[in-house]
Design a protein. Sequence first.
Length: 243
Amino acid sequence: MFKILHILIASTILSLILTGAVAAEKIEEDFATWSGIAISGDLPTTSSSLKNLKYMLIAQGRFGDNSSRFSQSLIRPGIGYAINKKTTIWAGYDWVPTSRPFALRSPFNEHRIWQQLSLKDRYSIGTVVSRTRFEQRFFDIPGSTDVSHRYRQMFKLSVPMPFVSPNVSFVVWDEVFVNLQDASDAGVRSGFDQNWAFAGIGYSLNKSTTVEIGYQNQYINRPQSPRPDQMNHILSVNMFLNF
């Protein structure tokens, strides 16, 4: 338990240090709004051999340029298998239409195939989630044939706040993205890609539905790019349905 908490705290502190380190440099900043819905649950089946199968479907819209225009969307279907109550392996696909400020030139579509290991456990302090994901990224950019491989690691902590309401939790998480190799014709360089950090409130509407709202910081590293690094200050609103 304490090892996981130490990793979460260290990851969050590292993201703050990185943010502070680049604050003095020239970077592009933007205010954005991200909103979406995530549906997950057990795959309906009468077969005992398939009873551990799970599904997910995520849809999210992202609006930048001071939340005035569409910047990116995400459609993510996935299939999972519960090894036990705490551990699930996943595989799936992402469709990511992308425009400015994420697109360096003209809008494009990104397609991803991904594999994921999810760990979830409850402790006296709250619920801890670890998510490890590998992605193979394909870009609909003229002349782009390279496949970009990326590693993502997220740690999340949800702490109940019964003194406020039995339905309210304080939520904090951090996710680090690392490109595993160059995909030069798509403008991807190996190494640290970006970091997401979130702090906010979770509210349980019922046993299956939770809404999380809060502040998310996104720092995008752009090595060897004509554009400076990007920092987005995001109002994040997401609904989670677990059946």
